[in-house]
Design a protein around this ligand. Sequence first.
Ligand SMILES: [Zn+2]
Length: 667
Amino acid sequence: MTKQEYKELQQKIDYHMDRYYNQDTPEISDYEYDQLMITLKKAEAEHPEWITPDSPTQKIGGVAKREAGVKVEHHVPMLSIEDVFTKEEVVEWVNKVHSIHPDASFSVEQKIDGLSMSLRYAKEGEGMRLTLAETRGDGLIGEDVTANALVIPDVKQKLDLSFDYLELRGEVYMSHEDFERYNEAQEEAGKKLAANPRNLAAGTLRQLDTSITAKRGLRMFVFNVQDGPLDFMAQHGDALKQLEELGVPVVAHKICKTAEEVCAAIDEIGESRGELDYDIDGAVVKIDHTQWRDEFEAGSKYSSGHIAYKYPPEEKVIEMDNIIVDVGRTGKLTFTGEFHDVETGKPARLCGTSVSRATLHNQDYINEMQIGIGGHYKLFKSGEIIPKLNGCVKAPEVVFEAPAVCPICGETLVREEDTADIRCVNPSCPAQTVRTISYFASRDAMNIMGLGETLVEALVKNDYLENYADIYELQNVRDELVEKGIVGKEKNTDKLLGEIEKSKNNPPERLLTGLGIRNVGKTTAKSIIRHFHSFEALSQATLEELTAVDDIGEICASSIYEFFHEEQNVEILERLKSAGLTMEEVDSSIDDKFSGKTFVITGTLTTMKRQEAAALIENHGGKVTGSVSKKTDYLLAGENAGSKLTKANDLGIQVISEEDLQTMLES
Ligand SMILES: [Zn+2]
């Protein structure tokens, strides 16, 4: 390889990296991408003198790890902003500024609840390039997080400006959607949940593995020019506008002249709180003319020429009307409080939504909060998402006491030793039987079409089902079922039995999910099967072996261990095995339906994710590539398919839908 070829390869990888990380529209498969990286690394091993700090091998791409704890001194200290809590203080401050600069204007901005990061850009060629990203740290010294900043799509790696130097400051945050997605996956894996989006954003920005940072999804709003040419940063609002025109996401802001306008803008931000997809914890008021800021010092810790208005927490007082006790699939008792707003008599309005129910967690929580019917409590939305009680205002006559027996089956309840959870451990408790069996048949698990909760309930009531192994014996009572018409007439009954038969061929991770072991969801089940390959091996695994699997915490490991060592479960598993269910990982080469066929996926799929579609194709011996060419056999096109669809039509390539793909697999 010549040096010229090496440079071209670098550019090619840079291009694909950008498609992948910043545009989310990769053009080549991961495999092809890896091959390019391997070639690059080989060239660098032969010519170490060619390596520059901006080589893809030195940056991101899943392999690069950020180095922990590399300290960087800030060029401009990153100070915090002095808080004020009343509008009077805001007016007073605005008047003080106006008394010296009567024509001063102010920028009123959302104060995003995340963590600050500053970005340094230096001249490169005709434009500017990101050279360093650092956290706030103690304000004087921060931590180098450049590798992670590079995988945040909002962080521009290049700016179409030709200054020698520019430093921007912004807030890194996580959207509610990404936060909830993370916590759902954690919950499914039996792992610790993140407390709020801010903490998770902070942890994610300081992650060592940049691929994790890229996956979790961080965002950033720029809110200040810290350093740069004076004429660029003289008027704060103008600078933000120019940055916005260059594609830099800047914080929502409004330029105001009078104290009245400033207060109105603050109120406007306050009212929008409930509709935002991220948390804010106040409004910032800044002097727009940046050179005047230093005249209004606010103590050594604080930025001059800034104040932050803190909104009072949105809180309502509610009266408890009812406490509902229910039994979950795992037998755990759940408590839900129903209430109304004391002031309006209606559901409480918080952050733009109506709230009339909240989870009461467990008996310890109920005791601590003195929860009972008729009691008054403060209610707020934690992280502006989940409604939470925040202290008792008026105690009820009696604090609620969990029942001693299961509200569904009447069996005595058991309080677990280490936790505050109360459970119904009666394995034939109807609440659990119906839910456990329905879950087994559900879409995420065995996906037995037609076997929904209502039908399961009817079959349990008529003594046809007691546990999920009984599902596979329904065929023995076909005529009886038809006669009684529980499922329907002949046609529907046979259709259901056909679905049940079909489910025997499901991959074993579906079965494992369906067993409903505590803390073992779809994702965890997949990792477990990938690790142990068969139920046989899994049932013999020790606690240590289980804990060693990625994604499995101690709690999850012991649930699995306990499940496979309980006599009743062993019996059920035996029955499932003799019914002929797939309990071993199937060698994927057995089915090579798509062998030799090349697929391209485009557009938005509705029944599955792109990766799932790709895995499905690959599991059946097909190949998935990123771009349409003459070699492409099928284009799997979802909604809003663009240029790839046009190209496929031009080349006369067969275009298929998700349904077509399923039909092809089933034929
Ligand atoms: Zn029960």
